[in-house]
Structure formats: structure tokens, C-alpha cells
Design a protein around this ligand. Structure first.
Ligand SMILES: C[S@@+](CC[C@H](N)C(=O)[O-])C[C@H]1O[C@@H](n2cnc3c(N)ncnc32)[C@H](O)[C@@H]1O
Length: 195
């Protein structure tokens, strides 16, 4: 399984946002694109991938590629899934997630608790990391990315403790969804070697 954890710093924590203005809703458009880059190919779904959106370090909305139904590539419909997940957030109690639709889960947990639930290698994707070609492409990896903001000081400390690798995908600073696409390609090609 390939897991992508994207930290949304300004994302809404309740469902009262407009689908007509996703950029105005704490740049939810960025997070929607991360979901589609993480889970969708041209005509298919990556059944072995998951995308977790950490919202304001309070809630995590998780999309499971192996379970999701009718995920479309447009941002608006993905935004609607996030809105439905937030509308179901009161059903997430303690460590128990709510599951408002197939393959969509919402839990009451921030970045630390989200990483606690995962096993395998944790790779922080960062512009200033080690070149990804110097890292063995890990199967079952969790990639952690930030949205349009820098990781906060607390997140930097947490990732310094928890991440096994801090890797850069290239010299250009990419959008988070673009970084997810390149990370998938890195794994798809076994480190840019198999085509
Ligand atoms: C738009 S960037 C973050 C914004 C940037 N840190 C800033 O404030 O100017 C979104 C995320 O994509 C990932 N990313 C972008 N470029 C990358 C690169 N060249 N290598 C690895 N990850 C990258 C990182 O996780 C980054 O936090």
C-alpha cells in the first residue's frame, strides 16, 4: 500500500463551506487535487493507494483506493466528499472513525495520531530533502506532504522524530498534488528504472 498524508493547515473543520469556492475554503482545492492525484489514473483507481488529509491537526479524512466508489477527477465532487466527511465528524468518537461513504473515513486525529496508526517506512517529501534517487523505493511507504504552507515548527519536530527519510523529488518546488504524481511515478518505475 502507498499512503499519502497531506497536512492541510487552513482547511475547514466543519462542513459549512461552499463548493463554489474551494480555494476560499482554506485552499481545499489543493487537497482535492491531492486526493485525485493519489488515487486516480486516467481511467482507473489505484486500489493500493490511500490519501489522508489532516485538517487543522484535528480531523483526518482518509480516502481508500481499494474501497472508494464513484470518485471523479473534478475538484468539486471531491470537495463534496470532504464536506460529507466533516458532516459525519460527530460519529468519530475516540479512536473510532466514521465512514460516511464507501472508502471515505473521518477520524478525530491530527498528524501525530495519524502516523501512529501506520506501519512501514515514513518518507517526508520536502524540497530540501535527500535526492529521491539515493533512496531505495520503499514498498508500503507513507509519504507526508504539506499543502500550500510550510510545515509548522511542531510538525517539523514530529517529522524529525518519525520520518525514516526526508526526500526531494527534484529541484523545482512543486504543488503537493504534483509531488504525489512524481512519487507514484518513482514507485511505478522502481526508482525511474522500469518502463
Ligand atoms: C507547494 S509545496 C509547499 C509550500 C512551500 N514549502 C512554501 O511554503 O513555499 C507542497 C508540498 O509538496 C511537496 N513538495 C513540493 N516540491 C517538492 C520537491 N521538489 N520534492 C519533494 N517534495 C516536494 C512538499 O511536501 C511540500 O510541502
Amino acid at each position: 500500500v502507498r499512503r499519502f498524508v497531506v497536512v492541510g493547515h487552513e482547511a475547514p473543520l466543519d462542513p459549512g463551506f461552499s463548493l463554489d469556492d474551494l480555494p476560499g475554503a482554506g485552499r481545499l482545492d489543493v487537497l482535492c487535487r491531492c486526493v485525485t492525484s493519489g488515487l486516480l489514473t486516467s481511467h482507473g483507481v489505484r486500489a493500493d493507494a490511500t490519501v489522508s488529509l489532516v485538517l487543522g491537526d484535528e480531523y483526518t479524512v482518509r480516502f481508500e483506493g481499494g474501497e472508494i466508489r464513484r470518485l471523479n477527477p473534478d475538484e468539486r465532487s471531491t470537495g463534496a466528499r470532504i464536506r460529507d466527511a466533516l458532516a459525519a465528524r460527530d460519529g468519530a468518537i475516540g479512536t473510532m472513525e466514521a465512514n460516511p461513504s464507501p472508502g471515505v473515513y473521518v477520524g478525530r486525529r491530527g498528524l501525530g495520531a495519524t502516523l501512529d496508526r501506520l506501519d512501514g517506512v515514513v518518507v517526508e517529501l520536502h524540497e530540501d530533502g535527500d535526492p529521491v534517487v539515493e533512496v531505495d523505493p520503499p514498498e508500503g511507504a507513507t509519504f507526508v506532504l504539506s499543502d500550500h504552507r510550510e510545515f509548522t515548527a511542531e510538525e517539523v519536530d514530529l517529522l524529525a522524530e518519525r520520518a525514516d527519510e526526508r526526500a526531494t523529488l527534484g529541484p523545482e518546488r512543486l504543488h503537493a498534488d504534483q509531488a504525489i504524481t512524481v512519487a507514484h511515478n518513482w514507485l511505478d518505475t522502481e526508482g525511474f528504472t522500469r518502463y
